[in-house]
Design a protein around this ligand. Structure first.
Ligand code: C2E
Ligand code: CA
Ligand code: CA
Ligand code: CA
Length: 279
């Protein structure tokens, strides 16, 4: 591990790499990380705004590099995506999160939904639905507890084709959420036709509430549109009471953000859930 240390350190401190050699070293390192089980999942609560209840969690991957620390996904997901390693990594995420969710449900914790991110590359896989079906069977998690998050950008590319892909996934009984909504270019026609359950408003629109009136108008418009389309709507990146008050007033269904909790390790999440249940 010493030999690859320098590249990793560089990766950790600087941005996504420069030379081809370094990229290759990182790719190799990423591959090893998968084999050596260096990834961990953190979970962040999804809070219903009607009653303040945690009814779901989103799984978010981190890379625990021995001797270095916890690396955030923005530092390695792009490379994993580019090299195709996102496919086995994404499968590990799905399997691990579904298994965890199953143990929480079996323990009687009052959770309904597990949200898992699907990368564009995963979404393009022809046999994705079969892989997901296999993971659900293997872990024993019922499909109605799983929500797949796909970014607006990934979904709106090749729109017509994606309608079929989504339909095949929906047939499994899972739910579909559009992630980072508002940052891409959605066609209203697709939004109406696609078998989608939820819009997740990107945190960039939530961040400056109540200072940025145009972002407030955008958020209000997305919530109104979601209602019209009969989609559930979630706001990401909620950090303040003022943001929460605004979102509630607009009729937003669900919120997620540091105001409620940062993403935390599975054990800590379990404690949060058990405490919420006891109260
Ligand atoms: P995302 O799916 O949009 O996830 C939300 C991100 O916002 C998370 O960052 C979360 O920690 C952060 N966040 C949550 N609440 C707040 C808040 O109140 N304020 C601020 N400033 N940030 C908040 P994280 O965990 O670093 O993940 C970043 C991105 O990496 C994710 O964005 C997602 O695109 C990607 N990612 C994470 N896990 C996976 C995964 O398992 N598979 C794939 N394909 N992508 C993943
Ligand atoms: Ca997400
Ligand atoms: Ca998002
Ligand atoms: Ca994002």
């Amino acid at each position: 591990a010493k030999g690859s240390g320098r590249g990793i350190y560089h990766f950790y401190t600087e941005s996504l790499t420069t030379s081809a050699n370094e990229r290759l070293a990182l790719e190799t390192r990423l591959r090893h990380a998968l084999e050596q089980d260096e990834f961990v999942l953190h979970y962040q609560p999804l809070v219903a705004l009607t009653d303040g209840r945690i009814f779901g969690v989103e799984a978010l991957v981190r890379w625990q590099i021995p001797g270095v620390g916890l690396l955030s996904p923005s530092r390695f997901i792009p490379l994993a995506e580019e090299t195709g390693l996102i496919v086995p990594l994404g499968e590990w995420v799905l399997r691990t999160a579904c298994a965890r969710m199953k143990t929480w449900l079996d323990a009687g914790l009052p959770l309904e939904m597990l949200a898992v991110n699907l990368s564009p590359r995963q979404f393009q896989q022809g046999d994705l639905h079969e892989r997901i079906r296999a993971i659900l069977a293997e872990t024993g998690l019922m499909s109605r507890h799983l929500e797949l998050e796909i970014t607006e950008t990934a979904l709106m590319e090749d729109g017509p084709e994606n309608e079929t892909k989504l339909a095949v996934l929906k047939d499994l009984g899972v739910r579909i959420a559009i992630d980072d909504f508002g940052t891409g270019y959605s066609s209203l026609a697709y939004l109406k036709r696609f078998p989608i359950d939820k819009l997740k408003i990107d945190q960039s629109f939530v961040r400056d509430i109540p200072l940025d009136s145009s972002n407030m108008e955008i958020v209000a418009a997305i919530i109104a549109m979601a209602k019209t389309l009969k989609l559930e709507v979630l706001a990401e990146g909620v950090e303040t009471d003022a943001q929460l008050a605004f979102l509630k007033h607009q009729g937003c269904d669900v919120a997620q953000g540091y105001l409620f909790s940062r993403p935390v390790a599975a054990d800590a999440m379990q404690t949060i859930l058990a405490t919420a249940m006891a109260n």
